[in-house]
Design a protein around this ligand. Sequence first.
Ligand code: ADP
Ligand code: MG
Length: 215
Amino acid sequence: MTVLEIRNLRTQFHTDEGPVLAVDGVSLELSAGETLGLVGESGSGKSVTALSIMGLVARPAGEIVDGEVWVDGISVLGKGNDAMRKIRGKTVAMIFQDPMTSLNPLFTVGWQITEALRLHLGFTKAAAKKRAIDLLDRVGIPAPETRVASYPHQFSGGMRQRVMIAMALSCEPKVLLADEPTTALDVTVQAQLLQLLKDIADVSQTATLLITHDL
Ligand code: ADP
Ligand code: MG
């Protein structure tokens, strides 16, 4: 079953030097359980493609000028912020390149992993904590019962990226956009994380768009 379909996506930025067409006619299809690699050199529009799917292209500088994006049967382009907030996390989630800018240093990882669960699905604090421990366990964090109360700076880079994956999985999204999820990490840790993403795609049938500049 196709859970992500992009047709002729075109996204543009208005800059001082005039318009920049960052994404120029991208089309792709992704089925449940499938992993698709999106590869291109730096600046080729990979991240903007993912941000366009998420409805996170910042207006007014950025603008989707053409195309269609369907996520789990929902046409997302042109949806308002409130509607996108319900789709983000629950239907399509994104793992960003740099966990240090995406994780808030002031909150425990458990709190951050379950923010979406408390906000969208009305989990109580106790239920959210239990679910955070399950998620940390699932992404291979040792001693998740104690680590759930740790802060991001208490984790290594690889472990922080595992936390980001746990956060992205918290609402069991149909589609996972992994934007250079291993770029900042050493080769052994990269291999472990890619295996983890593969296991998740296999077990949960999560459709995964794996973005990288590294062939
Ligand atoms: P990639 O992820 O493939 O390295 P990006 O998708 O981040 O590339 O960027 C694609 C192009 O869009 C680049 O030329 C970049 O400079 C431009 N771009 C991205 N974000 C913005 C922005 N907020 N304002 C202006 N130009 C941008
Ligand atoms: Mg990028």
